[in-house]
Design a protein around this ligand. Structure first.
Ligand code: KIV
Ligand code: ZN
Length: 518
């Protein structure tokens, strides 16, 4: 279930890889994902996520590990009776207490597991391989005798002796297991070997094969996809790649990779991926890194001028998939790498028209802000652009600001010195005030000998939070002839923004007087 839009991926890859058909998605966000250090969800939160996963279209929801706590049992029960379309599954070790805890939650599907690698059998379980095999078969039999779907995992399969792995898989098959899941429990596979590993197992496993990859070496998604190439028809995954240690294979990456390269058919409504990611991030408190594929804040953000120009001309130049496919948004970031095309596009969005000179001035300001390590938000851009668009042209200006210096502190009287150029002539004056802004405005009035001008209104707004935010100053002044004008300026420095706004307003009032005088 993905839109008809085209994927702009490598045609070489598309020609080289097989088409894989229907792939089932087994979501374990609420079980392995909840095992992410620091994450703990209430039953109600788990139900909210399960409802969203159901909407997203996952085939199976592993709702939890019921034996772990009463809250977990409550959550799994709540999800099992919520009437969702996804199959609801509970996890259990191969013991009667674990299996009963899951079965008593009224789930239709039990996922049972036992360690099969030498280190798990010897060190953790302290059991012989034959005992492990017997317990696995017993557990599958127990679940099947309760009339439930049973999936079996030989934990740490990828570090298990192949002969024993095949033996235990054959044995659980004889006990009528429905699916066998191959966990790469500690993320020690590489894609080429994973593909062959699954192909080899397929020689003895006749039920559907699933795969469960951890991301310890950053290969969980690649290994999951390789397993599908090898013949797996189900993938375990978590939203945002949550999970034990470095996490599990990220559902959004596996699904988009399988669809884009392998033409996989899944039941996932890919347009709901971003909102699902957001819900999981909000409820778990774990935000994906900004550069995380598919769902990261920057996954469809473009800053560099050349990229922005390309994307504005045709998104496929720098986007192999569109943000719309996954319910995300394209974002143009205004920073030091910005170019005029990007700024123009952002201004168009804000419905702000500029002359080429004004556009250039806005680009210069944004780059200067970028050089200080910041980016410019839409609100900042609006303030900067409105101030520049509202400015008089160089030719129109009677007064321009050349220099400004202010001294302030708890033991000095705030003092400002300004150098203005008035019709080609430099004028300098200093004045004090109750604060640096007041002192600067007084100095301007002094230098211009404009004692008749009264400040009627002064408004200062920090556009975005933070002490280094862009400040927008709006000033309204009135002279003795009752001429009233207002002007704006936007700068990171509030004194500079205030002085610029004042100089802009004075220019306007002087022009107005000239016009009246004819
Ligand atoms: O990583 C793992 O092996 C698991 C099992 C419970 C399948 O999570
Ligand atoms: Zn796991």
């Amino acid at each position: 279930m993905v839109s008809e839009e085209t994927f702009y991926v490598s045609q070489l890859v598309k020609k080289s890889v097989p088409k894989v058909g229907r792939i089932k998605v087994f979501d374990t966000t609420l079980r392995d994902g909840e095992q992410t250090p620091g994450v703990s969800l209430t039953p109600e939160e788990k139900l909210e996520i399960a409802t969203q996963l159901d909407k997203l279209g996952v085939d199976i929801i592993e709702a939890g590990f019921p034996i772990t706590s009463d809250g977990e049992k409550k959550a799994v029960k709540l999800i099992a009776k919520a009437g969702l379309k996804s199959e609801i599954c509970g996890l259990a070790r191969v013991t009667q207490t674990d299996l009963d805890a899951a079965i008593n939650c009224d789930v239709p599907y039990v996922h049972t597991f036992v360690g099969t690698s030498e280190i798990h059998m010897k060190v953790k379980l302290k059991m012989m391989p034959e005992q492990i095999l017997e317990k696995a078969v017993w557990a599958v039999d127990y679940v099947k005798n309760h009339g439930l779907i049973c999936e079996f995992s030989p934990e740490d399969a990828t570090r298990t002796d192949m002969a024993f792995l095949k033996k235990i898989c054959k044995a659980v098959q004889e006990a009528k297991v429905d699916k066998i899941n191959i966990p790469d429990t500690v993320g020690v596979m590489v894609p080429t070997v994973m593909k062959n590993f699954i192909s080899e197992l397929k020689k003895v496993i006749k039920v559907p094969i699933s795969v469960h990859c951890h991301n310890d070496l950053g290969l969980a998604v690649a290994n999951s996809i390789a397993a599908v190439e090898g013949g797996a028809t189900q993938v375990h995954a978590t939203i945002n790649g949550l999970g034990e240690r470095a996490g599990n294979a990220a559902l959004e990456e596996v699904v988009m990779g399988l669809i884009a390269f392998y033409d996989a058919q899944t039941n996932i409504n890919t347009k709901l991926i971003a909102e699902t990611s957001e819900l999981v991030a909000r409820l778990t408190g774990i935000r994906p890194q900004p550069n995380k594929a598919i769902v990261g804040e920057n996954a469809f953000a473009h800053e560099a001028g050349i990229h922005v120009h390309g994307v504005l001309t045709s998104p496929a130049t720098y986007e192999p998939i569109t943000p719309e496919m996954v319910g995300h948004k394209r974002r143009l970031v205004l920073g030091k790498h910005v170019g005029s095309h990007g700024v123009k596009a952002a201004l168009d969005e804000l419905n702000i028209q500029t002359t080429p000179e004004q556009l250039q001035e806005i680009v210069t300001r944004i780059k200067a802000i970028g050089d200080k390590g910041k980016t410019v938000t839409d609100a900042d851009l609006r303030a900067i652009a409105e101030a520049i668009v509202g400015e008089l042209t160089k030719e129109e200006k009677i007064v321009t600001l050349d220099e400004l210096a202010v001294v302030t502190g708890n033991r000095v009287i705030p003092t400002a010195s300004v150098k203005l150029v008035v019709e080609g002539k430099e004028r300098i004056a200093s004045a004090t005030g109750v604060g640096p802004v007041d002192a600067a405005l007084n100095a301007i009035q002094k230098v211009l000998e404009l004692q008749d001008i009264r400040l009627r209104e002064y408004r200062l707004e920090a556009i975005t939070g933070g002490s280094d935010a862009i400040a927008e100053v709006m000033i309204k002044i009135e002279d003795k002839f009752r001429n009233i004008v207002s002007a704006k300026a936007a700068r990171e420095d509030i004194v500079m923004a205030s002085v610029e706004a004042m100089v802009n307003a004075i220019n306007r009032i002087l022009l107005k007087r000239r016009a009246i005088a004819g």
